[in-house]
Design a binder for this molecule. Sequence first.
Ligand code: ADP
Ligand code: MG
Length: 390
Amino acid sequence: LYDDACSSGGPGTGTGAPAADAIRVFVRVRPLSAREQAAGGAAARACVSVAQERAVVLADPAKAGQEPFVASFDHVFGPEAGQEELYAAVGSQMVDNCMAGFNSSIFVYGQTGAGKTHTITGDVSRAEDGALAEQCGLTLRVFRQLFDRITGEERDGVRYTVKCCYAEIYNEEITDLLNPGGCGLAIRDGDAHRGVFVEHLSEHMAVNADDVMRLIQKGSANRHTAATRMNERSSRSHSVFTAVVEAHERQPDSGVTNVRFAKLNLIDLAGGERVGKSGATGDQLTEAKSINKSLTTLGRVVTALTEGKSHVPYRDSRLTFLLKESLGGNSKTSLVACVSPSEESVQETFSTLVFAAGAKKIRNRAVVNQDTVGDVKALQLENARLQREL
Ligand code: ADP
Ligand code: MG
């Protein structure tokens, strides 16, 4: 039984030494698909079940008579769990963290077809009455709530900017999903303010959730165009939607502006299936190995972090370098491991659950990102006033 203490989650205090926060780890079991049901036999038989919303039970038919594999997580969502339920448990805390100035990341992990894109993106269209489509995933739900909170705070005089970018990592190469001309982009390890970022990635200002919806639609369409051209590229690439949220609050007495900023990452990982099973050879195999390099390195990073190794191989792949802060660094991070319930996928489901159980042991140290800017003149005047008083 994988049953280490689960994380408590929630924003930290932001004062003194940052508390070590466990990564929050969730599992989502999707319903049997129409294809699995139609195929009948093992494909149509479910081998995964949920116990008391916290544990997942996997009964491998090849190990009949043995104890099933059981692992516990922060929450396990069964096939009946809807998108709003996912948002309430996984996404809403991310909004709180972001508004408090913490970097926040959500990863979706799992084999192709397990429900990663459904969970993180889903249907990003609006229903008739302007409400989000029922199948809308975490990203847009997070931004809708984020902009509601921003509107509330702007009434109190705080000013916000939200800048978004959307990148794809395919074959260890970074492409700009919002500016398809941008490919072969480089990662830079910036200053404390910027952190790690992709150089020359286009940035897009968003003032409401509709702006974000259009950006996701545009980026997803670019991912899909590539998919038809390049043989299911989307299932073998990682996509990273990032928003930098900055809050500017002018202090009326000093004239100084306090700036709080947080980076939000929503990461749709490539399918975690093994190369051997896909039957890839030649160029396809080279491609599969290179694509899996990011995922393999992700596994090694998780292992190094949980074993407390002094060297963590972040720089061995684009994905782990770009998301260094989200893994063992300055970030509040959640992982949603997606699995199919079908017996046909028992091996992939097992390896997904083992990866997720390992990720539970990572501890991040998030701090509130804040700074003061500008109005040097006001500061000098205030300084002069204080000196006079003394
Ligand atoms: P992945 O991104 O992991 O390859 P997808 O998210 O594209 O997988 O899901 C594969 C298919 O299964 C899609 O048609 C999707 O709509 C459907 N699906 C996935 N998860 C669920 C779920 N929880 N409920 C209903 N349909 C789902
Ligand atoms: Mg997908």
